[in-house]
Design a protein around this ligand. Structure first.
Ligand code: HEM
Length: 141
């Protein structure tokens, strides 16, 4: 992730923040269209879940320049996702729904460079979350 990519993600995210409620609704609509079986994993009301997801992305995007210091929290988040029944393949589906949502929300501002930068950022988060997952598995025997 280059400093230019970090800046691009932070600027484009700032444009999503004011419309985050609608963005979250779009995101889950798309996610459950891509894989209806994922709906059953979410027990909390979707509006509430959307708020948590947006807050987490917000923290991650703000912290991109110092991702190392966020790593323990992101790994712990990944470990909790095992308990939620999340499997490795689901990360691809969520990534696809997220990119689609950004495209809807940002329009032409979501150009090829922005897409590439977001793909990197999501990939880094997803890998860090998955790196936390086996720790939890080992710990629970
Ligand atoms: C970068 C990727 C992701 C981020 C930042 C993220 C963020 C979050 C956050 C902040 C929560 C709130 C609960 C907690 O803190 O433990 C949560 C819960 C949850 N996430 Fe994720 N998540 C990601 C990927 C995924 C994926 C790939 C799935 C697969 C479908 C998923 C499914 C869930 C489910 C089922 C819950 C629990 C909802 C409930 O109990 O109702 N997440 N996620």
């Amino acid at each position: 992730m280059t400093p230019t990519q970090i800046a691009l993600v932070q600027t484009s995210w700032a444009q999503v923040v004011p419309i985050r409620t609608q963005a979250a609704a779009l995101f889950y609509g798309r996610l459950f269209q891509l894989d209806p079986s994922l709906r059953a994993l979410f027990r909390a009301p979707i509006a509430e879940q959307g708020e948590r997801l947006m807050n987490m992305i917000d923290i991650a995007v703000r912290g991109l320049g110092r991702l190392d210091s966020l790593l323990p929290a992101v790994q712990a988040l990944g470990a909790r996702h095992l308990d939620y029944g999340v499997q490795t393949a689901h990360y691809d589906t969520v990534g696809e729904a997220l990119l689609w949502t950004l495209e809807q929300g940002l329009g032409p501002a979501f150009d090829a460079d922005a897409r590439a930068a977001w793909t990197e950022v999501y990939g880094a988060l997803a890998s860090a979350m998955q790196a936390g997952a086996p720790l939890r598995q080992a710990a629970s025997g």
